[in-house]
Design a protein around this ligand. Structure first.
Ligand SMILES: C[S@@+](CC[C@H](N)C(=O)[O-])C[C@H]1O[C@@H](n2cnc3c(N)ncnc32)[C@H](O)[C@@H]1O
Length: 206
């Protein structure tokens, strides 16, 4: 948990308590419904919470922003971002009901009020959002086709609305069709832990 304060030193006491509570909650829920690889649970804060917050290093959402997390699984990146941006609203969707149940239970337990959940395929979600976020769900091209309908044309952030994805490894092929307007940031320039060596944030204005 200290690793979160290390990179986000301005957290309120409430946010610190919410982040701190995540470990026991995920440990418990993950033993019933697998949302994180069991051997990775001890790396929850670095591999899952801080990784999710990598999005906040490239985009500080304006209060009032609406954000859709597609394929959230157990709540990543949506839950860490909803803790960090209490004045923004997050909708987390996933096609697997039991994963959405874990995310819902965790958010309820820490008293998150700026978040809602929907068990559906992203293709069925018709709402409009300032940004769509996603981690480890599908290749960029497929994701863009599905979520283009969800990006609002009303702008309230300094950067244009669009898609922000957490990606790892070789990206060139995936990003090639979007290279003229995609922005790629290396998470290793923000976080010094080895895990982030190959991790990237891809921002696509849409
Ligand atoms: C590898 S998991 C990643 C979960 C989470 N984003 C994370 O990083 O821990 C991929 C998730 O995407 C969901 N998913 C895949 N295609 C989807 C779609 N078309 N609509 C909604 N959810 C989808 C799956 O059910 C699964 O929970």
């Amino acid at each position: 948990m200290n690793i979160i304060s290390k990179y986000f030193p301005d957290l309120s006491e409430k946010q610190k308590a919410q982040f701190a509570a995540l470990y026991d909650l995920y440990l418990d829920w993950n033993s019933k419904i697998n949302v994180i690889s069991r051997k990775d649970i001890e790396n929850l804060y670095t591999h899952h919470v801080l990784h999710s917050l990598g999005i906040a290093k490239v985009m500080s959402f304006t209060p009032g922003s609406r954000i859709l997390d597609v394929g959230t699984g157990g709540g990543f990146p949506g839950i860490p971002l909803a803790i960090l941006f209490p004045e923004c609203h997050f909708l987390l969707v996933d096609s697997i009901g039991k994963k959405i149940k874990v995310a819902t239970e965790v958010a309820t337990a820490i008293g998150l009020e700026n978040i809602s959940f929907r068990h559906c395929r992203a293709e069925e979600e018709k709402g409009k959002f300032d940004f769509v976020v996603s981690r480890a769900v599908m290749p960029l091209g497929e994701l863009v086709k599905i979520i283009k309908k969800n990006v609002s044309h009303e702008q309230r952030n300094p950067l244009p609305n669009g898609l922000i994805c957490l990606k790892g490894g070789e990206l060139e092929g995936e990003v090639a069709p979007f290279r003229k307007y995609a922005e790629i940031d290396d998470l290793k320039s923000f976080f010094s832990e080895e895990f982030f060596e190959t991790k990237k944030v891809v921002y696509l204005p849409l």
